[in-house]
Design a binder for this molecule. Structure first.
Ligand SMILES: [Zn+2]
Length: 138
């Protein structure tokens, strides 16, 4: 079975669309109460999401900061799906701890990540999965 980043699938039962600061706070609280150990957000578009291009940003900064605050209140952290320097820098400045993918990071943004104590999870297996199995899984 293919086991790539869950963002390579439709959101379905692993995620939700949330709009607005209050709704973001509620969503984090609900996910924590259901047992989530971390919160992942889509801070940018992606490579497998035709209607959410890679250069787009996800969430407002106020929403990201609220999500980070709620995760921190629950003694955990936020990971962000992000590719571009713009998306990565914005997420890290809002308190996101790990950047998932991050493959287009530039030197200045990598320096910012280091300064902020953030981590990169490059998820390279995702691209092998997409290359080998992407067509079959649509
Ligand atoms: Zn992702």
């Amino acid at each position: 079975d293919l086991d790539v980043c869950s963002c390579a699938y439709k959101l379905g039962n692993i995620g939700r669309v949330v709009d607005g600061v209050d709704a973001c706070r509620l969503a984090v609280r609900e996910e924590i109460l259901k047992g989530a150990t971390q919160i992942k957000v889509m801070a940018s578009g992606g490579v497998a999401s035709p209607n959410d291009p890679i250069g787009n940003l996800g969430y407002s900064e106020a929403e990201l900061r609220a999500i980070v605050e709620e995760a921190s209140n629950a003694s955990t952290y936020v990971m962000a799906h992000a590719y571009t320097p713009r998306a990565i820098a914005r997420a890290v400045r809002c308190g996101v701890r790990t950047i998932e993918h991050g493959n287009l990071v530039d030197a200045a943004t990598a320096d910012l990540m280091a300064e902020m104590g953030a981590f990169m999870v490059p998820t390279l297996i995702t691209y092998e999965g997409l290359a080998n199995e992407g067509e079959r899984y649509g």
